[in-house]
Every structure is written in C-alpha cells, then in structure tokens.
Design a protein around this ligand. Structure first.
Ligand code: 5AD
Length: 453
C-alpha cells in the first residue's frame, strides 16, 4: 500500500499543496505513481469554490468506491478545501472514504497513511477512518518541500494562506482560514534553493498575495511587505522571472505599480480580479473598490508598462445582477482589453452571505452573459495574436511540448510558444520570432544567429 496517486482539482494553490504532499510522502518511503490504475492509495485534493468542482470530486470518489469493493485495501483520501468545508459529513455520502484531511493538515498526510496501513496490517475488520480538519497555528509554513522534475524550469512558492476579505460570494475564508503569512527569510531561502536547483521562473502564491506580511512587517519608505518580498526575490541571481497570483485590486498602490517599472524580473502580466464592473454589484459583493478605481489601476499599470498583459476573474449572475449591471461589466471588460479571463457563473455556496440574497439569477441568463464575455475575450486574444505575428519575443524554454515534437516556453506576457529548439536551451531565455498563432498557442522559430537548433 505505498503507491500513491494524487489528483488535484482547482487552483494553483491546490497544485502546490499536492506537490508538497507528494514530496513529504516520498520522504516517508511512499511512491508517487503517474497513473491511477497502478495506485493503491488515491488522494483527491479538492476545490470548493464552485459547486461543480465539488461535484466532480464527489463523482470521482464514488467511482473509486467501486474499486474498493474489489480491493478492500485500496485507500481513498479527500484532502483540501472540500474536506475542510464539509468535514466528516462527507462520510454520509461517501462511506468508503478512509481519510479526510483539511487545508491546515496537509503535512499530516504521511502519518495518517502510516496509521491506516498499520491498522490494515493488524487486520482491522471495521473500516478505520481518519478525519483531521482542525486549525493549526503555523500550518502556512508547512508547504515548502518540492518535487522537481528533471530540469524543471518553473515553480510555485506558497507565501501565505487564507484570506480575511469576506467577499459575499466566496467560500475561501471558510476553507482556507485566516490570512497567515510565511516569514520573508524562509520564502527567500526557498526561492534561492529552487534557483540553485535550476528553476528560472517563480510564481508566488497565496489567496491574497498583495496583503502578504501586513501584520508581520512594517512598510518601509512607503514600500509594502509584499513589494519588499518582490525586491528580495528579484535580487536572487539565478532567477530570471517572477510572477504572482492572486492579488486583490486594493493591493495595487503606487509602490506595487512602480515595482513594474524597476524590478526587471517581474513579468508584465497581471491577473487582476474584477468580479464585476457594476459599482452596485461590487458593493453587494463586499469588494472594496469602484469600477473607476479598477480602471485607474489598469491605466496606471499600462502607463508604467505599455506592453502589460492583463487577465481577470469575473462572476456573471451574482444575485441581483440586472441587465444594466451586466452591461457595466461588459463595457469595463471591453475597455480593459484582457488577454486572458476566467469567467464564472455565480454558484451558490452555502454559508456565504450571497447564498441568502434575494433575486438569484436564472441559469440561462448566467449562461448568456458568460457567452458574451467569452466572445469578447476570443476577439481580444486574436487581436493580440495578430500584433505578435512577425515580432521577436523573449521566451523561457521550459521543455518539450505535449506531443514531444517541438519545445515549448512562455513569453513574459504568459503566452505559450512552440518552436524547434535543442534540449540544451531548456532554462534559457531565447528570442523566438512568431510566425503563426492559434487562439491558445503561438508558433515561431528561434531567432538566434549562429545557434544550432
Ligand atoms: N461562484 C462563482 N465564482 C466564484 N468565485 C469565487 N466564488 C465563486 C462563486 N460562489 C470565482 C471568483 C474568484 C475565482 C477564484 O473564483 O471570480 O476570483
């Protein structure tokens, strides 16, 4: 019982947590296997942000329960946000689940599996179940080990857990708990070690990264702790690029905007969740900014970096959203000219303030509004691609593309590029001339004089 497969749902934070769990399990002698069929432990690291995400994981767990009927020693674990959100109640719907581990207890997974294994070895007849969803002080510091693939170029680094913003639609304060930051020195050390191991691009992760360290560190000379952290990561010699996600618009004060002008490794790609372009809906959502303020941040950033790429999150069909409110969102969405956007149909999350609000929007209306924004996004993306054709872009070579035919990398603006290259260029910044584009991928060729491909 030591072959583990971890399936991850949801955001990059979840991916990072899964990776840390994998590293801890390996250190304990477990094998992380690349396919479900050869696993005898299956861990689902779950997402609760929308109902669909929960339903997917529940469906998967029920399917796995069949497997357990054939092999009673097969272990099913549910980790992360849905485990935290639903706790032991999950066992009512999924009686075959052995392990439920919340978002502050990922580091306990090896111990829990050891204990389940010991119980099995001792011939436990009754199912032994473990539910561990308590809060734990300092748990934000436990997501630090990495499993790096051979020649891995990019990595996520968790800098903070939790969120205190209380957006009316959002379950995350419940699933991830209070905002807690890791010590800056530890984060910097982790980034340095990753750079020593060959990582060239780091994405700093947290539920609200722009609030990083606000209770632990002073502003110095008008510079927030988050920007201080960016400065220190920017100074690590081996690193070439820095990204972060997710920020909050209210974190984009002058110091962060100016950082884009002076920190050369900070990529000109900003994910800036708008959620809605209607002041009335923003207020109902408990989002502390106006559409004008949001627009001003976009303009400020474009002033510092005219080549800035923007992405956003939008919720359509928040309770009470009228055609007029949506029109405000559509207009602001169009004006911001996003390169990328994640558009979500509002999903009722039990226990959040919005769940109890009147005027829930019918699903067809949500779908219509969703389509309007997706069409705009496609147009924007095509327009951006057209401007990239014929230009030479700086690309960080990550490795072979999915088909293993060419190599892939990303521009600083986070566009995926495929091109012919040589393996020894993995981890290098290379100029690539763009000569073709599909919506999701740019195609090009190395523009290196005298470099063999
Ligand atoms: N319904 C739909 N989308 C949601 N999000 C968060 N909560 C909900 C919800 N109840 C979206 C927000 C957030 C992203 C991660 O998920 O846009 O930024």
């Amino acid at each position: 019982m030591n072959r583990v497969f971890i399936k991850t749902y949801g955001c990059q934070m979840n991916e990072r947590d899964s990776e840390a769990v994998a590293a801890m399990l390996r250190a304990r002698g477990y094998r992380i296997v690349p396919d479900e069929d050869s696993a005898d432990v299956m861990l689902l690291n779950t997402c609760s942000v929308r109902d669909m995400a929960e339903q997917k994981a529940i469906g998967k767990a029920s399917y796995l329960a069949q497997k357990k009927k054939r092999n009673p020693r097969f272990v099913i674990g549910i980790l992360g946000c849905m485990a935290q959100n639903r706790g032991a109640a999950l066992l009512d719907a999924l009686p075959d689940v052995d392990l439920i581990v919340g978002t502050q207890k990922f580091h306990q997974v090896p111990d829990h599996l050891d204990n389940l294994r010991a119980a099995q070895a001792a011939g436990a007849v009754l199912p032994t179940r473990i539910v561990d969803i308590a809060e734990e002080a300092g748990s934000q510091n436990t997501i630090r080990e990495h499993v790096l693939e051979d020649r891995q170029v990019t990595a996520f680094v968790s800098i903070q857990q939790g969120c205190n913003m209380d957006c009316a639609f959002c379950i995350v304060p419940k699933t991830r708990g209070d905002e807690r930051s890791r010590p800056m020195d530890e984060i910097v050390r982790e980034c340095e070690e990753l750079a020593d191991r060959g990582v060239r691009e780091i994405t700093l992760l947290g539920q609200i990264v722009t609030s990083y360290g606000r209770r632990d560190y002073e502003h110095t000379g008008g510079i927030s702790p988050f920007v201080q952290l960016l400065e220190r990561v920017n100074a690590i010699p081996g690193l070439k690029r820095i990204r972060f996600t997710s920020p909050h618009p209210r974190g984009f004060k002058d110091d962060l905007v100016a950082a884009y002008g002076r920190l050369e490794k900070l990529c000109e790609y900003v994910h800036l969740p708008m959620q809605s372009g209607s002041d009335r809906i923003l207020k109902l959502m408990n989002r502390p900014y106006s559409r004008d303020r949001y627009r001003q941040i976009v303009d400020d950033l474009r002033r510092v970096r005219p080549d800035m790429y923007f992405s956003t999150d939008i919720i359509v069909g928040f309770p009470g959203e009228t055609a007029e409110d949506f029109e405000q969102t559509r207009a602001l969405f169009e004006a911001c000219n996003y390169d990328m956007a994640y558009v979500f149909k509002y999903s009722v999350r039990s226990g959040t303030p919005a769940a109890a609000m009147a005027d829930q929007v019918p699903d067809e209306v949500k779908e219509e509004r969703n389509q309007v924004l997706l069409r705009l996004l496609e147009q924007n993306s095509d327009r951006r691609n057209a401007t990239l054709l014929g230009t030479t872009q700086e690309v960080l070579v990550e490795g072979p593309d999915k088909k293993g035919v060419q190599f892939m990398g990303r521009t600083r603006g986070n566009r995926i590029v495929h091109f012919a290259a040589h393996e020894r260029l993995i981890g290098e910044l290379v100029p690539v001339k763009i000569n073709r584009a599909s919506t999701a991928v740019l195609y090009g060729e190395l523009a290196l004089a005298g470099v063999e491909r």
